[in-house]
Ligand binder design. Structure first.
Ligand SMILES: Cc1cc2nc3c(=O)[nH]c(=O)nc-3n(C[C@H](O)[C@H](O)[C@H](O)COP(=O)(O)OP(=O)(O)OC[C@H]3O[C@@H](n4cnc5c(N)ncnc54)[C@H](O)[C@@H]3O)c2cc1C
Length: 493
């Protein structure tokens, strides 16, 4: 709890209604999409970049940790106030300032919910492709801070490919404006990109200039079922080799199919080891449909036992039902899950899935795998029951083995969720000691007091991860349901 006179100083900046210091209020800023929880000393909801800057200056003066927060949907513990301090919630910065059709860009504040921007630009024939499954909750600032992706990113790229400019409040309260509406910019260091993916450790993003594309007019979808996972993987390789660039190439493994079938009863064959959802978009109905037919033919050639093609929007919706149901379906199997996010070179996807299966058997926990097969970004979800003694230790063994399997295959720890607290202790194994040195030098230059989102992304030492890293994470067991916020239950991870 901070002294009342200091709380009054925060109130003088943002208004008393936007300072949250009561225990019940602080709980609302204590969690994210993981099972970690810790209450901050204070939370504030500033209403402008200038107010954010004044809050940051006050925190810097008082040496208080500052934790930028969007919707709190993160899956890496990035917004958990592990060191206490002040949560700076950006949700009141929710204005879409401009949809500039001539330059094909949008300018929006950091607290705008992703889906709202998408709907607004689509209404005038434009398109903002990054589509995290949390898009109805997550904010543009959070998306940029995590460099978020989604099913469409194989064809269209991730958030970093759309951020042209940023307004960022630095750790000392100065306001940096970098980039702009220009599509090419070789002038400064790539400062805009430095803040994308920085997970709130280098500055507080308050405004974004985002690149848009023309909205594709038509979309065509197919679903294919395979008895053998290897056949599905060979199909993905064949589609890429055929020069097709699908808008979406999603994969679910056999365990996931079984769990979804138990939940929805869609008639998916339980013997199937893999399911692919293939989608193409474009402007010509015939060309788009033909590309989906070509992909469907490749599926059959490579052993698909069943291929369904959607002819109407309602049928398309049906095909997506299985994928959308994954998250709630997993919750029925075990009360807790650790959703991982490793990425490997696309051709290594089958090897990673086989390894995850072996790990699942070794530790005795179900680990369904699904994700974005086209870009090699997979979500092995380790399912567990935290109440069972020793289970967290098994989760830890599984997570460690999955990280190391991905790295051994030339992959990386995170494709779209970021590092936060969950994967921080494995960073040295991914980026190496020199990479960490460079990251720490950047951190020191921009945040010499180390107050911006401390203990996230950067490990305190170069020591490899030790056992007990999961149980050491903060949690307020029993106070909030540990499956996360109910609003996220319907979204697929
Ligand atoms: C059901 C579910 C499905 C999901 N699906 C996907 C998916 O498909 N793809 C994907 O990429 N992610 C997914 N996520 C993860 C999450 O939604 C994304 O990481 C999202 O971008 C986080 O946005 P947020 O506004 O909730 O950020 P928060 O969770 O509030 O914060 C996340 C991180 O960003 C920092 N941050 C937030 N706002 C700012 C800011 N303005 N300035 C500086 N730093 C900031 C925080 O400090 C923290 O480190 C999913 C999550 C859930 C719960």
């Amino acid at each position: 709890m901070l002294p009342p006179e200091l709380i009054a100083e925060f109130a003088a900046i943002v208004g008393a209604a936007h300072v949250h210091s009561q225990p019940a209020q602080l709980l609302a800023y204590s969690y994210d999409g993981t099972f970690q929880q810790r209450v901050p000393d204070l939370a504030v909801t500033p209403g402008s970049t200038e107010e954010v800057a004044a809050v940051v200056r006050l925190c810097a003066r008082e040496r208080l940790p500052m934790i930028p927060r969007g919707a709190g949907s993160g899956l890496a513990g990035g917004t958990i106030p592990v060191s206490g301090g002040v949560v700076i919630s950006l949700t009141r910065l929710d204005r879409i300032l401009e949809t500039d059709r001539a330059n094909r860009v949008a300018v929006a504040e950091a607290g705008v919910v992703t889906a709202r921007l998408q709907a607004e630009v689509e209404a005038v024939g434009l398109f903002y492709p990054p589509d995290p499954a949390s898009l109805n909750q997550s904010t543009l600032g959070g998306n940029a801070a995590c460099n978020s992706g989604g099913p469409r990113c194989f064809k269209y790229g991730v958030t970093k490919d759309y951020v042209l400019g940023l307004t960022v409040v630095l750790a000392d309260g100065r306001i940096l404006r970098c980039g702009g509406k220009v599509l090419k910019n070789a002038t400064s260091y790539q400062l805009t990109q430095l803040f994308v993916g920085s997970e709130g450790t280098l500055g507080v993003i308050t405004e974004l200039i985002l690149r848009l594309r023309p909205l594709p007019r038509v979309r065509s979808t197919a679903l294919a079922l395979f008895e053998r996972l290897d056949d599905a993987s060979a199909t993905v390789t064949a589609i890429v080799a055929a020069g097709i660039l699908p808008a979406t190439l999603e994969l679910m493994d056999g365990t996931t199919i079984g769990v979804v079938e138990d939940y929805l009863g869609l008639g998916l064959p339980r013997a199937a080891e893999a399911l692919l959802i293939l989608e193409q978009d474009g402007n010509d109905e015939e060309v788009t449909a033909r590309e989906v037919e070509r992909m469907a033919a490749l599926c059959r050639e490579h052993g698909a036992v069943e291929v369904r093609i959607a002819r109407t929007p309602a049928e398309r919706n049906d095909l997506w039902q299985a994928r959308r149901a994954v998250s709630p379906a997993l919750g029925r199997l075990r009360p807790n899950k650790l959703g991982e996010d490793v990425t490997v070179p696309p051709a290594a996807v089958p090897a990673l899935i086989q390894r995850v299966r072996a790990i699942s058997e070794e530790v005795g926990l179900p680990i369904p795998v699904f994700g974005h097969a086209g870009d090699g970004n997979l979500h092995p979800n380790i399912l567990f029951d935290r109440r069972r003694p020793g289970e967290l230790g098994r989760v830890e063994r599984a997570a460690t083995a999955i990280f190391r399997a991905a790295l051994a295959l030339g992959g990386t720890l995170s494709g779209e969720h970021g590092i936060g607290t969950l994967k921080r202790d494995f960073m040295v194994e991914d980026v190496g000691p020199v990479g960490l040195d460079v990251m720490r030098a950047i951190k020191r230059a921009l945040d010499p007091q180390g107050l911006l989102n401390p203990l996230k992304k950067l490990p305190p030492t170069d020591e490899p991860a030790r056992s007990g890293f999961l149980s050491a994470l903060p949690s307020l067991e029993g106070i909030i349901p540990d499956t996360g916020h109910p609003a996220f239950a319907e979204a697929g991870a």
